[in-house]
Design a protein around this ligand. Sequence first.
Ligand SMILES: *[C@@H]1O[C@H](CO)[C@@H](O)[C@H](O)[C@H]1NC(C)=O
Ligand SMILES: *[C@@H]1O[C@H](CO)[C@@H](O)[C@H](O)[C@H]1NC(C)=O
Ligand SMILES: *[C@@H]1O[C@H](CO)[C@@H](O)[C@H](O)[C@H]1NC(C)=O
Ligand SMILES: *[C@@H]1O[C@H](CO)[C@@H](O)[C@H](O)[C@H]1NC(C)=O
Ligand SMILES: *[C@@H]1O[C@H](CO)[C@@H](O)[C@H](O)[C@H]1NC(C)=O
Ligand SMILES: *[C@@H]1O[C@H](CO)[C@@H](O)[C@H](O)[C@H]1NC(C)=O
Length: 316
Amino acid sequence: MLDAVLFFFLFYTLCVARFAPEFADTVCTITPNPSGGDDSAAIVTTFERCSRNSIIVLTEGTFHIDRVMVTTGLQNVKIDMKGTLLWSTNLDYWRANGLPLGYQNQTVAWMFGGRDVHWEGNGIGTFNGNGQLWYDLANGTSNLAGRPINLMITNTTDSVFDGIRFVQSQFWSMAIMKSKGLLLQNIYVNSTSFSQVNLPLRAPTQNTDGVDTFYSSDIIFRNWTVDNGDDFIAPKANSSNILIQDSHFYHGTGVAIGSIGQYPGIYEYIENVLAERIACTECQFTGWVKTWTGVQQGFPPNGGGGGIGYAKNLSE
Ligand SMILES: *[C@@H]1O[C@H](CO)[C@@H](O)[C@H](O)[C@H]1NC(C)=O
Ligand SMILES: *[C@@H]1O[C@H](CO)[C@@H](O)[C@H](O)[C@H]1NC(C)=O
Ligand SMILES: *[C@@H]1O[C@H](CO)[C@@H](O)[C@H](O)[C@H]1NC(C)=O
Ligand SMILES: *[C@@H]1O[C@H](CO)[C@@H](O)[C@H](O)[C@H]1NC(C)=O
Ligand SMILES: *[C@@H]1O[C@H](CO)[C@@H](O)[C@H](O)[C@H]1NC(C)=O
Ligand SMILES: *[C@@H]1O[C@H](CO)[C@@H](O)[C@H](O)[C@H]1NC(C)=O
């Protein structure tokens, strides 16, 4: 425990010193298509053109996202986001075209990555996944194939994500893959179902996790508000040195350690996870550990087991 605290203190000190990129004065501004057409191509081309030493501004207004996006390899880029990104209602498109997460057969709508990136949402920049359609479609089916994670942060180092909002996410709001040295703070996530396909209950919002991490280390989650129907923050395979603090969670199932051990013979670990100053309102749990059984029962994404590994040094 003490080791973990010391580690986090050192990590924090190092990070704050390093999280201070100097941005060049190339400013690339994206405004929504005035006729309300698809903005995804304009976003992808701008991120390509301004992938180094740039400031990318997403202005106020609503950007329509009708296609999957890949914006990786950024270097020393600030994203100044004020508008809303609204994902399209063409569920058949998304189910057929999701990008691979590389785990549990899950898919992704936006694959994002770089180093020395500072994504500033200003407390208003919003991802709106149009999730109600997905909650109604799934209507209780766990891990419905092709239901996409909104944002995957992948192969990303020394980066900050600040003041971003995620509402009505299709599935998990975020996944973090193969990344190191991240600070995600002042993040608001709210996936709430209003529909009545399941009268007298509403279509459930299961699988609307806030964020899941894989093969990643040295991550601080600070001041998150998450209101959802599943895990809030879930460190999964090979996640280490994770600090979660000053956060308020509502309705969901807690900070979940795991699951791990879903793939037979595959070695996975989770270590040094500290959650502190967490408030939970009407949560099912505050924190819990999820592992698969030693004997495999079925196949991923909804079955599995037989994996090996460990989870250690977890504190709350
Ligand atoms: C994996 O995803 C694909 C496409 O999303 C789907 O067709 C397939 O049924 C899924 N496999 C399993 C085991 O869920
Ligand atoms: C990860 O990013 C680095 C640069 O930041 C790049 O050199 C490398 O090719 C990327 N790896 C993958 C698998 O994309
Ligand atoms: C915490 O994040 C919320 C957004 O969810 C923001 O409104 C609030 O100002 C943040 N608190 C601090 C102390 O920065
Ligand atoms: C989440 O959204 C619902 C519906 O808009 C709202 O009632 C609830 O207060 C929100 N939760 C938080 C924590 O803001
Ligand atoms: C949703 O699931 C519930 C419970 O299984 C069922 O009663 C209801 O008919 C379903 N609704 C739709 C639109 O499929
Ligand atoms: C996860 O960690 C284990 C133990 O260090 C390692 O053997 C395995 O290759 C890692 N998995 C991946 C995909 O990096």
